[in-house]
Design a protein around this ligand. Sequence first.
Ligand SMILES: Cc1cc2nc3c(=O)[nH]c(=O)nc-3n(C[C@H](O)[C@H](O)[C@H](O)COP(=O)(O)OP(=O)(O)OC[C@H]3O[C@@H](n4cnc5c(N)ncnc54)[C@H](O)[C@@H]3O)c2cc1C
Length: 321
Amino acid sequence: MEFQLGGLQVSGETQGEHVRVLIIGSGPAGMSAALYAARDQLEPLVLTGMEMGGQVSLTDRIDNYPGFPEGIKAQELIDRFKAQAERFGARFVMDVATEVDLSQRPFTVKTYSATYTADALIIATGASARKLEVPGEAELTGKGVSYCATCDGWFFQDKDVIVVGGGDSAVEEGLFLTRYARKVTIVHRRNKLRAQPYLQKQAFEHPKIDFIWDTVVTEILGKDAVEAVRLRNVKTGEERVMPIDGVFIFIGHIPNTELFKGQLELDERGYIKVHNWVKTSVPGVFAAGEVADPRYRQVVTSAGMGAAAAIEARHFLSEEG
Ligand SMILES: Cc1cc2nc3c(=O)[nH]c(=O)nc-3n(C[C@H](O)[C@H](O)[C@H](O)COP(=O)(O)OP(=O)(O)OC[C@H]3O[C@@H](n4cnc5c(N)ncnc54)[C@H](O)[C@@H]3O)c2cc1C
């Protein structure tokens, strides 16, 4: 069997295996769960998914993870997370969970290339960027439409871009884009930002940043690349076409829980419901990080949940002897 994983062509089929603890996801939550489970000699196996390191791999630096007073390059933090877990015996497999059966134990997880069974399962599949769902968005993704300023900002040197959104991510990424772009216009559907005050202050004072308030993007236009956006003022209904080179969309996240629908209790937004921080509705299945946390959404909080999930998995397995 052959499949593409993060630009890598992977081939071959394996039998899969039975493991004590299977971790789905290699973001901060999955990495930290792997470290704790490995130190507890539970010999965890991590299915990394498409994004080794999770959303951290989409940014350049992390400045607010404790222990690194000068900040740390995101890739270096990922490498360190992984190396630390591997030091205690955690194994990482580049594969994607495609189907799970949580109705009986051992739990079954199918991937593109194998079938695994596990005595305990830690779900750390994180969250993904929310889409605008407007005409042109899908067609022009990678051709001027982006969800990651750190990944794509470089391509917009001396160009004009818009940032869609009004929260922390939109403003933070808008500020980041000023390193490259000639002008950054933040388009927000309300008349004030939701971002933290210190970010708002930086954005309002930045000479390269402009704002368009009470406005939504209704269409992204362009043939082979983004050429313009159609905007609608939500108060007046007035429409106009604005020529633009790039569209960066930061309008929130959706949890990666499609796989678990009907098997685990999810909240109305699709996040896994947890009690005692990391316990799901199925005993032996634990959830950690953004897949179960719409509120804090940080590297440190996700890593904290990963550690807690591994500790709970150990309690669960030792209670049943
Ligand atoms: C651009 C950007 C900048 C950020 N900057 C900061 C910052 O400075 N400081 C900070 O604290 N936080 C920052 N964050 C937030 C931080 O990255 C997240 O809070 C954190 O990564 C969440 O960790 P997680 O492990 O829960 O999930 P994620 O990081 O989302 O990881 C999810 C993992 O699950 C895997 N996965 C998904 N589905 C499957 C599947 N079916 N099978 C197998 N694997 C699967 C993915 O491949 C990935 O490895 C930033 C986020 C972004 C996007």
